[in-house]
Design a protein around this ligand. Structure first.
Ligand code: ADP
Ligand code: ZN
Length: 598
């Protein structure tokens, strides 16, 4: 063996030590054995095949379904001085031919390729003629129909094993559920390989869920107090809302861009590029945005609408903080959102599928209504045990709870006694004893329970109704003016077999004090802050010149360490995370000058 893994990690990648199971996985692969690697987003999967690729003599072929991701990786590797190339259908023919020539001439160590390319134009025959040392199958869940991203071309990858029986394969995914995992093993013939499953926790992400009163001002106050000049993603359900929220952010002095399927291809590509290449852009987007974006310094992901299940939520929020620095996942939701998503679920689907989707959505809602540690709930959903995290809203400020069993039953009775024909506003009017026109027309002021809920405020009743909806005790019929109806599930509560606990409401708006430390990078003295901005400016300037995203040059983490350690020589600079030899030679003096000038 020519070089040691740790040596490459330190010199080429500039990192002092391996993370989690990386070292073990790399050793396993270097022993020519197959592996299935399950690690969360940002866990550090890429190094598990990139380092063996640099140690093995021949070519490592990386199969990746996402062109954007592929190009990103190749760009980042080239910056590190690694001979990497990509081959995909989006490239002009001449470029493709040049890459193939380079592969034939043994000038490429890592070749990223789209699955359909692998089986086209006699590429397989070419591979048979050269030395292939390793196949890395990225986003391996694409082989599974249970997964959320099935790609039929991935099924053909089982052929790799038959045609190259002696070449080890490493399959990697951030999808955790066991059905998908089994599928991958079976379909890729990996049953004899070893599975490495890491914890799916993302400890640097702080989770917050707040109830909606004025979503826009809540969002503005969250961003202003926590993420003034940070890059972030705001998810909304509709194109119209994406446009309007993005505009509002801009009028409030933030730099924001919209992204949704209604924009033309060029506009989408342009906005995405600006998001990647400029600092502090807030992308307001539908879920059309995010696949294949591995920008490491996204400091927050905000949801203004509910995702349809926890898998989607975890994937979307997982785009925050890939660099391991503190980041926020923030969501606001209200009663109307529940009905909105429920009505979107399962169009064109079988009943069984529909039932699964409702179940999954219910799990998301109980996450939202959950009064205990959010991370614990999330991890348990992904079959992982954990303790209270101390880094979510509920851990940071223990919610005060009150028993609202009587109130919940009163609300259910009000819905029942008014014939299950009315929406939340009217039910609350009845409970509060408000003499509205609707109340008198329907003579609901003569009901025994009219005005029986005066001891609670309107907001408190809204919260109780929302909780009833979230528990699926009540459903909202959107085809009938949003009227509320009881479901079978509310029976135990009505019969007094169950208690109902609610979060105590505070009338204040967003309680900024309850949020932990701000996630923006802030040093405690002006000098450090000023050096940090200057280093960022320098990085941006260099990135613009080279037409690459700033983080490809150095991550924030690397700049932060420069500020803390203030290296004065190239040698000292090499000791900083993320400064490998190539980058030291290319950028070292420029950054040192900036540090010395400060
Ligand atoms: P994944 O593919 O699992 O989402 P990546 O491979 O992109 O994650 O790694 C996430 C980030 O962590 C990258 O910026 C990578 O450079 C960094 N990283 C990976 N391994 C290490 C390590 N051992 N030490 C420091 N940083 C690391
Ligand atoms: Zn917690």
């Amino acid at each position: 063996m020519l070089r040691k893994p740790l040596d490459i990690l330190q010199n080429t990648f500039g990192y002092p030590q391996f993370r989690g199971a990386q070292s073990e996985i790399i050793d396993h692969v270097l022993g020519n054995r197959d592996a299935l690697v399950l690690m969360p987003t940002g866990g550090g999967k890429s190094l598990c095949y990139q380092i063996p690729a640099l140690i093995f003599e021949g070519l490592t072929v990386v199969i990746s379904p996402l062109i954007a991701l592929m190009q990103n990786q190749v760009m980042a590797l080239r910056e590190l001085g690694v001979e990497a190339a990509a081959l995909n259908s989006g490239m002009p023919l001449l470029d493709r031919q040049r890459v193939i020539e380079d592969v034939q001439a043994n000038k490429v160590k890592l070749l990223y390729i789209a699955p359909e390319r692998l089986f086209a134009d006699g590429f397989f025959d070419l591979l048979k003629k050269i030395q292939v040392s390793l196949f890395a199958i990225d986003e391996a869940h694409c082989v599974s129909q249970w997964g959320h991203d099935f790609r039929p071309e991935y099924l053909r990858l089982s052929a790799l094993h038959e045609i190259f029986p002696n070449v080890p394969r490493i399959a990697l995914t951030a999808t955790a559920d066991s059905a998908t995992q089994n599928d991958i093993q079976e379909r890729l013939n990996l049953t004899y390989g070893r599975t490495f499953k890491s914890s799916f926790d993302r400890p640097n992400i702080q989770y917050h869920v707040t109830t909606k009163n004025n979503a826009v001002s809540q969002l503005l106050s969250f961003i202003t107090s926590q993420h003034k000049s940070d890059a972030g993603i705001v998810y909304c359900m509709s194109r119209k809302k994406v446009e309007s929220i993005s505009e509002k952010l801009n009028t409030h002095g933030f730099k924001s861009l919209p992204y949704h399927a209604g924009l033309n291809t060029e506009e989408r590509a342009r906005n995405q590029e600006v998001f990647l290449k400029e600092d502090g852009i807030i992308m307001v987007a539908t879920i059309a945005f995010g696949m294949g974006i591995d920008k490491p310094d996204v400091r927050f992901v905000a949801h203004l609408d509910l995702p349809k299940n926890l898998e989607a939520y975890y994937q979307e929020t997982g785009r925050a903080g890939r660099d391991g620095l503190p980041a926020d996942a923030w969501m606001t939701y209200g009663q109307q959102d529940i009905a909105k998503v429920r009505n979107l679920l399962g169009t064109n689907q079988s009943r069984a599928q529909l039932a699964i989707e409702h179940q999954k959505f219910n799990a998301l809602l109980s996450y939202c209504e959950n009064l205990k540690c959010r991370r614990k709930y999330l991890l348990k959903y992904f079959d992982e045990k954990s303790d209270d995290c101390g880094n979510c809203d509920n851990c940071l400020t223990k919610p005060e709870t009150i028993d609202t069993t009587e109130e919940a039953r009163l609300a259910l009775s009000a819905i029942f006694r008014t014939g299950q024909l009315y929406g939340a506003t009217h039910i609350i009017d009845v409970l509060l004893g408000n003499e509205t026109d609707k109340v008198s027309t329907a003579s609901h002021n003569s009901l025994a329970l009219f005005g029986k809920g005066k001891h609670k405020t309107k907001q408190e009743w809204q919260a109780i109704l929302r909780q009833l909806l979230a528990k699926d005790y009540v459903l909202q019929d959107m085809e009938n003016f949003g009227s509320l109806k009881l479901t079978e599930a509310c029976r135990p509560l009505l019969k007094g077999e169950e208690t109902f606990v609610s979060r105590k409401l505070y009338m204040s708006k967003l309680k900024t004090s309850s949020m932990g430390t701000p996630s923006s990078v802030v040093f405690n003295n002006d000098e450090d802050n000023s050096l940090f901005s200057k280093l960022k400016e320098l990085r941006l300037e260099l990135a613009r010149k080279a037409n690459i995203p700033p983080y490809v040059i150095f991550h924030d983490k690397t700049l932060i360490e420069m500020v803390f350690n203030r290296p004065t020589t190239l040698d000292e600079l090499s000791g900083i995370q993320g400064v490998g030899t190539t980058k030291r030679d290319k950028y070292g003096n420029l950054f040192l000058n900036q540090i010395l000038q400060n």
